[in-house]
Design a binder for this molecule. Structure first.
Ligand code: C5P
Ligand code: MG
Length: 165
């Protein structure tokens, strides 16, 4: 019997001039970028939390505190890899991820394949198991006013042998 676990992740970062806009490790051409202690890759952070959540291994801030100088300017794909390694050490393999980036502009759809490919390579998943969606916030709230971006993710993990009792 196999045990399946689903995890949920969410993140938000401010948009600021003079910063890179990185989503899933892919640089997006934009006048504004995401501000934060690391590279502020909001999508990678949401997926990292989804992976940690599915394995009940805490959250991203617990493993990579934003007060730790080691993570200043850090490439967020390494958080994803580390979360995957932690889940693997607990006996889990990743089945799929699905995520949504909520950003008013720029349009992201032309980057969908590049983001999916980067995430698939980082997570050692076939492309068809990595889904990336985009939404505006319909001009509502801080995301809709172009002041921030958000990302949501779900990840499913599988462990063979059935649930521990
Ligand atoms: O938010 P809304 O429903 O208007 O988005 C319509 C479509 O625009 C989405 O399905 C998405 O593919 C695309 N989109 C995009 N980049 C964004 C927001 C939405 O490509 N920043
Ligand atoms: Mg973050």
């Amino acid at each position: 019997m196999s045990e399946f676990r689903t995890g949920l992740g969410w993140d938000a970062h401010r948009l600021a001039p003079g910063r890179k806009l990185l989503l899933g490790g892919v640089e997006i051409a934009s006048e504004m970028g995401l501000d934060g202690h690391s590279d502020a890759d909001v999508l990678s952070h949401a997926i990292t939390d989804a992976l940690l959540g599915a394995a009940a291994l805490g959250d991203i801030g617990q493993h990579f505190p934003d007060t730790d100088p080691r993570w200043s300017g850090a490439e967020s794909l390494q958080f994803l890899r580390h979360a995957l390694d932690l889940a693997a050490a607990a006996g889990f393999t990743l089945v799929n991820v699905d995520c949504t980036v909520i950003l008013e502009r720029p349009k992201l759809k032309d980057y969908r394949l590049a983001i999916r490919e980067k995430l698939a390579a980082t997570l050692a998943l076939p492309l068809e198991r990595v889904s990336v969606k985009f939404k505006t916030a319909e001009r509502l709230g801080p995301v809709g006013e172009g002041r921030s971006a958000e990302a949501q993710a779900v990840a499913t993990l599988c462990r063979s042998g059935g649930p521990d009792r």
